[in-house]
Ligand binder design. Sequence first.
Ligand code: UTP
Length: 289
Amino acid sequence: MKKIRKAVFPVAGLGTRFLPATKASPKEMLPLVDKPMIQYVVEEAIASGIEEIILITGRGKNAIEDHFDNAIELEQLLKEKNKLEELKMIKDISDMCDFVYIRQKEPLGLGHAILRAKNAIGPEPFAVLLGDDIIYSDGVPALKQLITVYEETGSSVIAVEKIPRSKISSYGVVDTEWEKDDSCKIRGLVEKPAEDKAPSELAVIGRYILTPKIFELLENVERDKSGEIQLTAGLNELCALEDMYGCKFSGKRYDAGNKLGFLMATVEYGLRRKEFGDEFRNYIKALNL
Ligand code: UTP
């Protein structure tokens, strides 16, 4: 069985839910406490064994490339000021792994963004991580949990999470052949179903292991009404041809692509910080809410 070595990070979306912050800077660079969101997800990928990260970028996303590159002047300055801890911190970011950048010239959908990675991936199964979904885990990283299911089954795997029915219509939802405590077998997917039409309460979360068959399928799926290539359309065809599993990962997931979810993540990541977590907790408790 081929090892999962490469991961695709589609970051070419416009981030309209986060305007005006995203007018001139990428959503992925918004910090949770002091680290850009994208870095949390890159660290999850690396902790899961990923060796090469392919970022699908678009206009206005240069800050992401700069963030994972060397920062010669800053490094020099920190050296001169003897700020060695900070120096190590920023050098570690660029040394994390190999980064490859591919442009998606127009935001024509998540499926289209992933298709841009076809040549860079080649004939091997690969991971996809969406930077909006931040998953905190103090045990096995979420992507690693998916990779374990892939290693057991040799099939595509999608991260799924049980969501209350009242909220299910904001998600892609899986239709299952069977469901266990930690996994399920997927027979289809529905994008944003009405509450009473949802085939299950298991929502698709932004972590995937996909076989390379997905590229051929995405190339041929029908575009949606807005002319976009949707990943869900490709996944539906993939699970008609090959087995596909859902992984009910353990870990706390934040939908940091919208303002409320981002705020919740900020508070919780702040509370987890050793340096000021207690002081922050006391501050929140003392707020006269
Ligand atoms: P979303 O639609 O959730 O994110 O796409 P968005 O477009 O960035 O933000 P909103 O909805 O306008 O607020 C899910 C993921 O797919 C990527 C996005 O960057 C995000 O990580 N994406 C989406 C692309 O890379 N290209 C696209 O054409 C569309």
